[in-house]
Ligand binder design. Structure first.
Ligand code: ZN
Length: 222
């Protein structure tokens, strides 16, 4: 599974399929992009669908991936990255296009309605992913699927924090990387020693004589 490469907790139930698609992207030192070559994509998809079938209790078709499918697989991944980003309250420029995929609504023997993906090839996969997104929304889980705020990482993780405030896929790695980066940036800006910036820098009163920086004013009217 792609998510296992990041050592992240898997999202519950069928939502893990969406998470796994997002985690096919190459990041840092973890490994290659799994949607670059058809044979890698086939291996990933076969395993991901077997897992999805097990947790959802629904049969998954055998999807055979050719090199012609690679572009639509990657486009699907980008679409879900955008949806996840938008769900995380980072506004997108404009609305996303309609998904335009079919699903079947099938009442079972107990009178419960199941949402069953339909379609052929990558269209079936799109159907399954959108269905899982909708089910996760209804279950209140959707906003907990996030992309790590470390822009070099962007691993998809399931946030189990009490107030859903997590931003790193792993605080001890990406969280520390970010802290270290901020620390170095403060140090660079201050041009000081380590000891100088161990203390938090609070904005002090303006220094007498130093004044605000002189900004160029607007060009005067002639
Ligand atoms: Zn991360």
């Amino acid at each position: 599974m792609a998510s296992a490469r990041h050592g992240v907790r898997e999202a519950p139930g069928g939502l893990a399929l969406v998470q796994d698609l997002l985690n096919t992207r190459a990041t840092m030192h973890y490994g290659a992009d799994l949607l670059l070559h058809a044979d890698d994509a086939q291996r990933w998809l076969t395993e991901a669908l077997a897992t999805w079938s097990r947790v959802s209790g629904l049969p998954a078709p055998t999807l055979l991936i050719s090199s012609n499918d690679m572009r639509s697989l990657r486009r699907l991944r980008t679409t879900f990255e955008n949806v996840i980003v938008a769900a995380g309250k980072e506004r997108l420029d404009g609305a996303l296009p309609p998904a335009d995929v079919p699903v079947s609504l099938v009442p079972d023997a107990d009178g419960w309605v199941r949402m069953v993906p339909t379609g052929r090839g990558t269209r079936w996969l799109a159907s399954a992913l959108w269905a899982e997104g909708l089910l996760a929304q209804q279950a209140g889980l959707w906003s907990r699927l996030k992309l790590c705020h470390n822009t070099d990482c962007r691993a998809a993780f399931f946030d189990t924090s009490r107030n859903n405030s997590g931003v790193w896929h792993d605080v001890s790695t990406c969280g520390n990387t970010a802290n270290l980066r901020a620390f170095r940036e403060r140090k660079r800006l201050l041009g000081g020693s380590d000891g100088q910036i161990d203390r938090p820098q609070l904005p002090g009163p303006p220094q007498l004589g130093s004044g605000p920086p002189q900004l160029p004013g607007p060009p005067g009217l002639r």
